[in-house]
Design a protein around this ligand. Structure first.
Ligand code: 13P
Length: 337
């Protein structure tokens, strides 16, 4: 394991004012996004859409890396350049989603376990050859009546650590993503205690399985009330609760934390990140690894045909989040676009 290379890649992923674009929607998930703009889910349309995102002039200033889906890693841009090569030429690190999705947890009626460990060692070699220097694995933790169970948290934490160690062995930086979902009606306090339990289990497994903390990135949810909860905390409260929880559970050896957006509005996702960075320097870099909160506006503006409008919307969100990663965003800048 080349510890220096892993650490250098991890640090580059969270460089000042830069974060990650999560464009790794599976074919099924991108289909749902395309349905919303009435675009057919074909290979050509998926390629054209990702081409629009990755050819946005200047997005690299705010974007350190892009998480790709397997199909995209082996596809070429419309001008024939392989996407991985195109991104690397802009100093944007190509990454790859390697899990094969969250499946029903056996023995449970409502919880999920992420799969994809079988054959992963061999797949990682192929992905590294294709240019991927980091990877992502997402575990899903659901809040509800009597859940999450310790069983769900521990099996997912174990799989995350198995994945992370396999990545590091292959020279690939693992993004460790334990996502506590924000879809239910729970309070912020419940999210805080579930996130706390989850991170405790994840870092225990990472330690047990000898994962190099200096060579990974954590991708957590923010601590926030469920979408269906009638009481929603203000931004300062979300920022304080999120930082408090992370400080308790994330060792300072981890170079960076890149949040998921999880269904927050575009501006909330930006403002929450900004608020945390305004609270002053943390032991780790705090940045973004957003999917929906970086792409929703671009997807709509593109609408299947208008690449220039899509790029404009994409650049704006990338820029706003780049500012938030340094605590330099403001509502005025948001409107000035
Ligand atoms: P969202 O930001 O849309 O939650 O997606 C991030 C991601 O990569 C989920 O795995």
């Amino acid at each position: 394991m080349n510890e220096k290379v892993l650490n250098a890649t991890a640090l580059a992923m969270v460089a000042d004012g830069r974060g990650l674009l999560a464009a790794d929607e599976s074919t099924g998930t991108i289909g749902k996004r395309f349905d919303s703009i009435k675009v057919e889910n074909t290979e050509a349309n998926r390629r054209a859409y990702r081409d629009m995102l990755f050819t946005t002039a200047g997005f690299e200033k705010h974007t350190s890396g892009v998480i790709l889906y397997e199909e995209t890693l082996f596809q070429s841009a419309l001008d024939g350049t392989p996407f991985a090569k195109l991104l690397a030429s802009k100093d944007v690190i190509p990454g790859i989603k390697v899990d094969t999705g969250a499946k029903p947890l056996p023995g449970s009626t409502s919880e999920m376990i992420t799969e994809g460990l079988d054959g992963l060692r061999e797949r990682l070699v192929k992905f590294h050859q294709a240019g991927a220097r980091f990877a992502k694995w997402r575990a899903v933790i659901t809040i509800g009546d009597g859940i999450p169970s310790d069983y769900c948290i521990h099996t997912n934490a174990h799989a995350l650590a198995r994945y992370a160690m396999l990545c590091q062995e292959a020279g690939i930086v693992p993004i460790v993503e334990p996502e506590v979902l924000m879809d239910a009606d729970n309070s912020l306090e419940v999210c805080e205690s579930v996130t706390d339990r989850t991170l405790e289990a994840v870092f225990h497994e990472l330690y047990q399985q000898r994962v190099l903390l200096e060579g990974m990135i954590l991708k957590p949810n923010m601590v926030i009330a469920g979408k269906k909860c009638s009481v929603q905390a203000d931004r300062k409260t979300v920022a304080a609760a999120t930082l408090r929880t992370l400080k308790r559970r994330v060792p300072s050896a981890v170079p960076g934390i890149a949040f998921l957006s999880g269904g927050q509005s575009d501006v909330d996702a930006t403002a929450h990140l900004d608020e945390m960075n305004k609270l002053g320097p943390s032991t780790w870099k705090l940045t973004f690894s957003y999917g929906r909160a970086l792409q929703a506006a671009a997807l709509k503006a593109w609408g299947g045909t208008d690449a220039d409008a899509g790029r404009k919307a994409h650049l704006h969100r990338a820029r706003m989040n780049g500012l938030a990663a340094m605590g330099q965003w403001s509502a005025e800048l948001e409107k000035a676009a």
